[in-house]
Design a protein around this ligand. Structure first.
Ligand SMILES: O=C(O)[C@H](O)[C@@H](O)[C@H](O)[C@H](O)COP(=O)(O)O
Length: 267
């Protein structure tokens, strides 16, 4: 690991020279949070998104984690999903199901995917309704400061434009504070129709991990993390600020290359 440290405001940066170290540390981080949540509440609620992070989480499918994690106590959600059939190559559910979940013992009934037979609007409404039911039974915890669900962990990738989940820069849904789950039909990144957790739900999580690798992410990482305030106040990745939880960034050295702190470190 190049360096790692608490930076400020409940945010930790973990930066890796070697992608294998990132993979191993990310898996340890998820396993530790799973263990803590299972001890405390008897269940672990995790929300995934798509992109490269699913492959990076593959270490969870190997020893020791494959044997030691309480997989049957996991409830898996999607922080964002493309509104396509579940067997479509663009489906985030399919991505996780093919590359992560089949190798572990998560029960199919505890993989909470969207209803792919509905329109984007209906799918978002139904997904929010499902989460509301699970919050009522406390299978998903509830935030102490709002009525939002408090997922044990939300794992996000980040696009080079600074989008997280399907909250894209300058899109009106970034400012949605009413809904838990909303939808878009004009995503700048295909496919156009998506559902997404809103920012208040993301920020209510007990833990948020943002995983970004590659030099194409370096500028957005800099804008999101460094104190460049007025340049991009509404960059979605910059708006990820847990209300009472903990935020951890997992970056490779290329994604971290424009960080002020990184430049200072190497001087
Ligand atoms: O639905 C999506 O488009 C993804 O969920 C998306 O938000 C992804 O996580 C980022 O674009 C980063 O993807 P990469 O890590 O593959 O660059």
């Amino acid at each position: 690991m190049a360096f790692s440290g608490a930076v400020k405001e409940g945010r930790e940066l973990r930066i890796y020279e070697d992608l294998d170290d990132l993979r191993i540390d990310l898996a340890d981080y998820v396993a530790d949070l799973s263990e803590a949540a299972v001890k405390e509440r008897g269940t672990f609620s995790i929300a995934l998104s798509g992109g490269s992070l699913i492959g990076l989480m593959g270490e969870l499918c190997r020893p020791p984690h494959i044997e030691t994690i309480d997989w049957p106590l996991w409830h898996v959600f999607w922080a964002d999903e493309r509104v396509v059939p579940k067997n479509h190559p663009d489906s985030n559910y399919k991505l996780a199901k093919d590359h992560l979940l089949p190798k572990v013992l998560v029960l199919p009934s505890q993989m909470h995917s969207i209803n792919d037979s509905l329109s984007a609007k209906e799918a978002a409404e139904e997904y929010e309704f499902l989460i509301r039911q699970l919050v009522k039974t406390r299978l998903v915890a509830v935030s102490e400061t709002s009525d939002c669900p408090k997922f044990d962990l939300i794992v996000l990738g980040m696009g080079s434009d600074g989008h997280v989940a399907s909250l894209f820069p300058n899109h009106s849904v970034v400012d949605d504070t009413e809904d838990w789950v909303t939808y878009i039909t004009d995503s700048p990144k295909p496919p156009p129709e998506r559902i997404t957790f809103t920012m208040p739900v993301i920020n209510a999580a007990a833990n948020i991990a943002v995983v970004a690798i590659g030099s194409s992410k370096a500028e957005a990482v800099h804008l999101a993390i460094d104190d460049v305030g007025r340049e991009c106040p509404s960059l979605p990745a910059k708006m990820v600020k847990p209300t009472s939880g903990k935020l951890t960034w997992f970056l490779d050295k290329f994604a971290a290359s424009k960080l002020d702190s990184c430049a200072n470190k190497s001087e």
